[in-house]
Ligand binder design. Sequence first.
Ligand SMILES: Nc1ncnc2c1ncn2[C@@H]1O[C@H](COP(=O)(O)OP(=O)(O)OP(=O)(O)O)[C@@H](O)[C@H]1O
Length: 505
Amino acid sequence: MAALQFDQITKTFPGVKALNGVSFEARPGQVMGLLGENGAGKSTLLKILGGQYKPDGGRLLLDGREHRFSSAADAIAAGVAIIHQELQYVAELTVAENVLLGRLPTRFGLVDHAAARRQVAEQLARIGVDLDPAARLSELSIAQRQMVEICKAVMQDAKVIAFDEPTSSLSHRETDILFRLVKRLRAEGRTLIYISHRLEELYELCDACTIFRDGRKIVTHDVMAQVPRERLIADMVGRELQDIYDYRPRAHGPVRLEARGLHSARLPAPLSFAVRGGEVLGFFGLVGAGRSELMRLLYGADARRGGEVLLDGHAVPSAGPSAAIAAGIVLCPEDRKEQGILAHASVAENINISCRRHGLAGGIFLRHGQEAQRADAFIQKLRIKTPNREQEIRLLSGGNQQKVILARWLAEPGLKVLILDEPTRGIDVGAKNEIYKIIHDVAAAGCCVIVISSELPEVLGIADRLIVMRDGRISGELPRDQANETAALALALPDGAPAAAAAVH
Ligand SMILES: Nc1ncnc2c1ncn2[C@@H]1O[C@H](COP(=O)(O)OP(=O)(O)OP(=O)(O)O)[C@@H](O)[C@H]1O
């Protein structure tokens, strides 16, 4: 009997049919991957499973018994735990207190902290997680906080555990630790649901997979390993995508952007590089190698200790991002959602904010025709799933919010240098393809494009040249015809580390 069964689940929001008659099953000891474009309905299904939303129709069954959850507490009581994208924890409490929140052991009417720590320490050891139960959550990394959530699920004896894009903020090493834990939970016979946009990790972890498109279930594959990548992509996006990177050679003009000897408190070694007009320069390195810091320095977001930036032979004043933007240099940051999302503003307003800053459109409340046109063009080009341009951005799925913020930077007038930090994180494969096309178009128009990515196949796929960083220094440069995984990893990893040790997802 399937441990978990969705039967004809339907959920409608104003203007959006998020789920339309979705049925599938997942078994104990199985990792079931959920795949689909941004806005396909994956998170909504998880929220129904976790008792956050009630379905408009359909049934949810656990071990053959129908459940109607009215709250998250109902779901937990029935043995369901959800590891959400936005983790839920109390930062000021300890690991033990968070794990046992609401169920802390007492002695003589007082919380028995020693017992709580002992119980949690035993459980952490059992699932192979190395964490101090007395540490405060505020002191832990995202990966460690996630481990706390998983430990909590296990201690609540969850039979079904669902993960919503758990690796999006993890390093390769942290991802490996998470995978080991998920595999252990599978071996214990739990039913696991796993959402991700990274096909490589889905292939590594999932036994079966279910593909969603526009709120409908397209197919469930019982043995994911037997399904070719192209088939999965075509089912997700509803069309064939031959070469997702869509690389086309471009003519390169003279050097337009030059960074000379840039350094700061965090990047003490002077860093220099140049980019030609029409060129896409990729930056690869492990988390913490200094790629984002270098770009923030170039952009003026962090204070420089020395060095200069030249654009078309003229020095760009180091007077903060506004000076860089005025010169035509734009940086789309890694944590797009935190930086600059106007949650209660519409999709159109979020896209057009930089154009307004330039005074190209009318006043704040004026729905200028140009703005509407620009918003609609991006909604179409990036396949942003929204009922219309007036929808509040906070009501969009996570990946679609990312696309809107990305569109804002792509719409920047007077663009000469476009710097994209992890532009496709959390973004579905169809939209990735559209973003790569935009990158090509921006470069082909004579601009410089710099792309930072931790996904090695992505930078190798789109860049004309690759710069690799390690420990705050440029460790090497590879022209496109010499850039491959082995060469890039050899430059990115600490001296002597075998390239195979770093799984690149
Ligand atoms: N509270 C809400 N109000 C209005 N619309 C919503 C709400 N929650 C979700 N939606 C819409 O429902 C659809 C499905 O969203 P959902 O978050 O389930 O997608 P997803 O497949 O998880 O996408 P992603 O990969 O981007 O996380 C989207 O069009 C989204 O905008």
